[in-house]
Design a protein around this ligand. Structure first.
Ligand SMILES: Cc1ncc(COP(=O)(O)O)c(C=O)c1O
Length: 378
């Protein structure tokens, strides 16, 4: 049976169909909104030896230093984390060169995506998103009763900014730009994305998901925090789940104008937990692990792309911790074949039924992955 089937997504969409607003129809719809990695838990737990390349995690984290810091923090766990939130907020403000009022720490960047929906789309309205992209925001928006415009990528699988611009109308409350995009790993032309976000923010809120920004190899590539600093209607999301290797702790943050941050903060259900805050603060100080993660990512990616070259497969190496490629068969079939070889791969993303997203994983696992790919795809 295919455990990665789209049934749960369709169920979410079905639950949302015809709804008008979260407040009219209650919270029950939100219970049906599954996160991509939630569907994998059973398979992973029952196959602990499996090479997991399905959720774009960084398997090297947490670093030794972060582990030690967490271990020596147990005495803090009986306390509420007010001081730790404040401290990390200040450190992030310093990192992003903004004031602490520009920062909101969230439970993974996923919470950031969702509270933005609650703040700007809970009473209906429309959101424009690329398709395919990371689905947490469009799915949550649908569940909250918003209308989601899904704008197809262009022929190179890059976000089509002009088509997105054309899709905006008087009811558009938010535009979502995922850069680098998941699942394709593509980035936008630097000047074009800046222009797009600046222009559109005059008409609607622009949400820039920059969770994979650390992996961009282009020199001096801009973050949309530059627009935040100039006072535009832009929200930027970042995460500790990727290069910092803390996905299980669920911690990320938003950068936006202070009045926008205040509005978003009101939508939070709770605050991040003490352990995550302590770990994130330690992770920020550690340049060595950051560089190590990037180097390991490049090394693993090279094994994957070299193997795909050998096999003559089309792929996008991308600017993230995954490779998106044409398997030449339905992804569901590919998943099962790779599972038999001990590898969990990404799920299918509409409308590319044969393209699969493969996370980079540990370099130690790459020989086994290479063998599996050669066997399944030859
Ligand atoms: C583009 C993008 N945004 C956001 C997230 C959510 O990350 P997290 O909630 O772990 O910070 C992911 C996770 O894979 C992602 O791919």
């Amino acid at each position: 049976m295919n455990r990665f089937s789209r049934r749960s997504w369709l169920k979410s969409a079905g639950l949302a169909a015809g709804s008008t607003s979260l407040w009219l129809h209650g919270w029950d719809k939100l219970a049906g909104v599954t996160l991509p990695w939630e569907t994998e838990t059973v398979l992973y737990s029952s196959n602990p030896g499996i090479i997991k390349l399905s959720s774009n995690e960084n398997p090297y984290g947490p670093s030794e230093f972060v582990r030690k810091t967490m271990q020596s923090s147990f005495d803090l766990m009986c306390r509420y984390p007010a001081a730790e939130i404040q401290r990390l907020t200040e450190k992030l403000a310093e990192k992003e060169q903004v004031s602490p009022e520009h920062i909101l720490i969230t439970v993974g960047s996923t919470e950031g995506l969702k509270i933005a929906v609650l703040a700007y789309l809970k009473n209906g309205g429309e959101i424009v998103v690329p398709h395919p992209t990371f689905e947490a925001m469009p799915n949550y928006a649908e569940a909250c009763g918003a209308y989601v415009h899904k704008v197809l990528l262009d022929k190179n699988m890059v976000i089509d900014l002009e088509a997105m611009r054309r899709r905006c109308n008087a009811d558009t409350r938010m535009v979502f730009v995922c850069n680098p995009n998941n699942p394709t790993g593509t980035i936008l032309n630097a000047a074009a994305v800046e222009q797009f976000c600046a222009d559109l923010s005059g008409r609607t809120m622009v949400f820039a998901d920059e969770v994979y920004i650390d992996y961009i190899t282009e020199k001096n590539y801009p973050s949309m925090t530059s627009l935040v600093k100039q006072g535009y209607n832009v929200i930027v999301a970042r995460s500790f789940s990727k290069v910092y290797g803390l996905a299980g702790l669920r911690i990320g943050y938003l950068v936006a104008r202070p009045d926008i941050i205040s509005r978003l903060k009101k939508m939070q259900i709770d605050r991040p937990n003490m352990m995550a805050l302590v770990a994130a603060e330690a992770a920020l100080t550690e340049k060595e692990f950051y560089q190590f993660s990037l180097a390991k990512n490049s090394a693993s990616k090279k094994v994957i792309t070299d193997t795909l070259d050998t096999l003559g497969r089309k792929y996008i190496a991308g600017h993230a911790n995954f490779v998106y490629f044409d398997t030449g068969m339905p992804v569901t079939v590919f998943q099962d074949k790779m599972k038999s070889e001990g590898v969990m791969v990404g799920r299918v993303f509409d409308p590319y039924p044969q393209w699969c997203r493969l996370s980079t994983g540990r370099t130690e696992d790459m020989p086994a992955l290479k063998n599996a790919l050669l066997k399944v795809l030859s």
